[in-house]
Design a protein around this ligand. Structure first.
Ligand code: ASP
Length: 306
């Protein structure tokens, strides 16, 4: 057994610049990313699995209102939180996902319950909420997810005459990890994009678009303009390039992000391979991101010049 492990987290990609973020947003975002790295790395340092590590990291980010998932999620045009999440294990390519849920405190736990149940990969809406109750998962009322700050952002968007948010300043969250046994996993969780149409599902819960993990290549969690990530099949495409052509992770990630840009989309990805190699790639002004390794290296960054 090789003892090297790696964990990467993201908290969204978008128009993050030093001018746009308040000092509190900058500080809170970095603290949240660090807390997620702490939670996931505690699992990996104790010899735990990549799957447990990504779930632990994402749970922390879901509970943190600086990010667009769980508490403080982006709201639909109607002002509701419709949450999407997915998790995938690279060892056996088992996967679970939920879309349009609104009652489970930690949607990533519900995605994992779908995966562990094994009958289905993706559950949506009322059926997924019902499954959550059956599995005895912690529930939360709408006021846990829907915060006044997000409602104000929705109102601003409507006042500007926008249809849905293109700035994506408060991002989706995700994590990818490679554990000491050489297994990879990925998880992603989001409220989607502010002002999205009721019933809209983004890339995050779609296995192969926003989330993918395969021990033969790597694990990917994406963030950005979801419609384009779905059309490009981003997460699977990166893994397929690595597996079939032997491309380094960075080359594959940059190429697929360039493809997204060509379609008109923007955003970023975090990727880790089964050797513990890890990269990120983004086409936006900023991406909330962090990385920690068994060697003790830790990076947390927001802006594109960091
Ligand atoms: N990709 C997410 C979605 O389209 C949004 C984000 O990453 O901020 O639902």
């Amino acid at each position: 057994m090789d003892n090297r492990w790696t964990l990467l987290v993201h908290g969204g990609a978008g128009m993050m610049t030093r001018e746009r973020l308040t000092p509190e947003q900058d500080k809170g975002t970095r603290a949240g990313l660090n807390a997620a790295l702490d939670a996931g790395s505690a699992v990996l340092a104790a010899g735990g699995t990549a799957l447990d590590a990504v779930a632990a990291a994402v749970r922390v980010l879901e509970d943190d209102s600086h990010f667009n998932s769980g508490r403080g999620a982006a709201l639909t045009w109607d002002g509701a939180a419709e949450l999407d999440a997915a998790i995938m294990n690279g060892r056996d390519r088992r996967a679970g996902a939920v879309a349009g849920v609104g009652a489970t405190r930690n949607p990533v736990d519900l995605a994992r319950a779908v995966m562990e149940d094994g009958a289905h990969v993706l559950l949506s809406g009322a059926g997924a909420d019902d499954f959550s109750l059956h599995r005895g998962l912690a529930q939360a009322a709408a006021d846990w997810f829907v915060l006044p700050e997000r409602a104000a952002q929705l109102e601003e968007l409507k006042a500007r005459g926008g249809t849905f948010d293109v700035e994506m300043k408060y991002g989706t969250v995700g994590a990818v990890a490679c554990d000491a046994h050489g297994h990879v996993a990925a998880a992603t969780s989001t409220g989607g994009v502010t002002g999205k149409r009721w019933g809209r599902i983004g890339d995050s819960p779609l296995i192969g678009a926003g989330t993918y993990a395969d021990d033969r290549s790597g694990a990917v969690s994406a963030t950005g303009s979801g419609e384009f990530f779905i059309r490009a099949g981003v997460a699977h495409e990166i893994c397929a390039r690595v597996r079939l052509t032997g491309e380094p992770l960075q080359v594959a990630a940059d190429a697929v992000m360039a493809d997204v840009a060509e379609l008109g989309g923007s955003g970023g990805v975090i990727v880790t391979g089964p050797e513990g190699d890890a990269v990120w790639s983004f086409t936006t002004l900023g991406m909330n991101r962090g990385r920690v390794t068994s060697g003790g290296e830790r990076t947390v960054a927001i802006y594109n010049d960091e």
